[in-house]
Design a protein around this ligand. Structure first.
Ligand code: CP
Length: 311
């Protein structure tokens, strides 16, 4: 059974295959007759989409991916309030009950680190970690890496700035794990002292021989970077509002910052964005974040198919 729990579970050959298939889905979705044909591929299968935390992109793109492959979707959003979790039911019991309803795969977003792994222990079908608190977001990392490949034609030998709230940002953590799979990448972590990348990731990078630095100033990293992966401050996981305001002010990518970036660099963001990337820079060709979000559906189509290959 192919659970998707951590980004580091994927090796390079699986990533290559997922990206090739995502390319094919992108091409076929643009042709109406081909798009219709895709709905025959996994007809009869059902995705259960179980989200205990808010989501726009992950939830909707998983639902769209499943439906474009001909699957049905059974969904609960805001399960923290609108499921029997509010009555005190454990995640483990919920998963055991859901498995009685014949899902073929369950996409789970939860507010606790390790929730997907716990769910996988009780599930009779594959669990996809669609974000577990400040833990990981492996499917986001897949689409992020896919976007880098699409934009630059390679995932080797790159200097990648990953910045923002790195202490709570699960997308940044998952991306760092995946970048470590490729050759000669260098990562520049940019974060305020209070929100630096966790030691678990840094230890992993050292173990894999991946060069990285930690900076507290964005300006020093911009001109060297092939990719700037910017993230929001995770207000929902932080303390008083005043702290966020201060952080927002320090970590904005505006026109001045864009001027320092390489002409072919790629500016990415997992979204939602707040003040850290103002809309004025959206027209710049280096601003990839909406194309990046669009890639989420193709990569999730590819991933669902990969999961079913093991049936
Ligand atoms: N990037 C991402 O996970 O967005 P959502 O929270 O909207 O799913």
């Amino acid at each position: 059974m192919r659970h998707v729990l951590y980004s580091q579970q994927f090796d390079r050959s699986i990533l290559d295959a997922l990206f090739r298939r995502a390319d094919e889905f992108r091409r076929r979705m643009a042709v109406p007759s081909e798009k219709a044909a895709l709905t025959q591929l996994h007809r009869g299968k059902t995705l259960f989409s179980v989200f205990y935390e808010p989501s726009t992109r992950t939830r909707m793109s998983f639902g769209a991916a499943a439906q474009h492959l001909g699957m049905s979707v059974v969904a609960t959003e805001n399960a923290r309030e609108f499921s029997s979790a509010i009555k005190g039911e454990s995640l483990e019991d919920t998963i055991r009950v859901l498995c009685e309803y014949y899902p073929d795969v369950i996409a789970l977003r939860h507010y606790e680190i390790g929730a997907a792994e716990r769910a996988a222990r009780y599930s009779t079908v594959p669990i996809i970690n669609a974000g577990d608190g400040a833990g990981q977001h492996p499917t986001q990392a897949l689409l992020d890496l896919y976007t880098i490949h699409q934009a630059l034609g390679t995932i080797d030998g790159l200097t990648v700035t990953i910045g923002g709230d790195l202490a709570n940002g699960r997308t940044a953590r998952s991306l760092a794990y995946l970048l470590a799979k490729f050759d000669a990448n260098r990562i520049l972590f940019v974060a305020p002292d209070s929100l630096r990348m966790g030691n678990d990731i840094k230890d992993h990078l050292r173990e894999k021989g991946v060069a990285f630095t930690e900076e507290s100033r964005l300006e020093d990293a911009l001109s060297e970077s092939d990719v700037v992966y910017w993230t929001r401050v995770q207000k929902e996981r932080l303390g008083p509002e005043s702290v966020h305001e201060e952080l927002h002010a320090q970590f904005v990518i505006g026109e001045a910052q864009l001027d320092r970036m390489k002409p072919q660099a790629v500016l990415m963001h997992p979204l939602p964005r707040l003040e850290e990337i103002p809309p004025e820079i959206d027209p710049d060709p280096r601003a990839w974040y909406f194309r990046q979000a669009g890639n989420g559906m193709f990569i999730r189509m590819s991933l669902l198919e990969w999961i079913f290959e093991s049936d």
